[in-house]
Design a protein. Structure first.
Length: 164
């Protein structure tokens, strides 16, 4: 299995196959606009802007499982992300990332990267780096700043460009 086999709901309520992202490097992140780590939206947007034309996307999945830090509905979440942080990378409908009702995508992401983190998502802004073939390569802690992932993204994109 890879992430391209999953379907998710956009923040506007449309079904979206992650197969649409085949050939792109992805950074999948569970987000929350009222979290103390929310300023990371700015760094995520910077990554997205820097590399989007080279085959990279940040995918944001709002989640309210950590101290109710994403209480609004999808429209409110989208508005807060745009107004407060200038976000224009793809956002998806709110999901659960832990528990029996965790979204299947997040079950897969956790399964592929369990280890020192255990199987659960510990907090908002846990990040998963996914290669062009949909393989989950690495998991980053919530406190890892997006800028610290820049070099790994660039290397994946360069490798892809060389193969093309």
């Amino acid at each position: 299995m890879n992430v391209h086999q999953f379907t998710v709901r956009t923040i506007r309520g449309e079904e979206k196959s992650l197969a649409d992202y085949k050939g792109q490097v992805l950074l999948i992140v569970n987000t929350a606009t009222n979290c103390g780590l929310a300023p990371q939206f700015i760094g995520l947007q910077e990554l997205h802007d820097t590399y989007k034309d080279q085959g990279f996307s940040v995918l944001g999945f709002p989640c309210n499982q950590f101290m109710d830090q994403e209480p609004g509905d999808d429209a409110q979440v989208q508005q807060a992300c745009q107004l407060n942080f200038g976000v224009n990378f793809p956002l998806f409908s709110k999901i659960n990332v832990n528990g029996s009702d965790a979204h299947p995508l997040y079950r897969h992401l956790k399964q592929q990267t369990s280890g020192i983190f255990g199987s659960g998502i510990k907090w908002n802004f846990t990040k998963f780096l996914v290669d062009q073939d949909g393989r989950v390569l690495k998991r980053f802690s919530p406190t890892t700043k997006p800028s610290k992932i820049d070099e790994q993204i660039r290397k994946l994109l360069e490798k892809s460009a060389v193969q093309a």
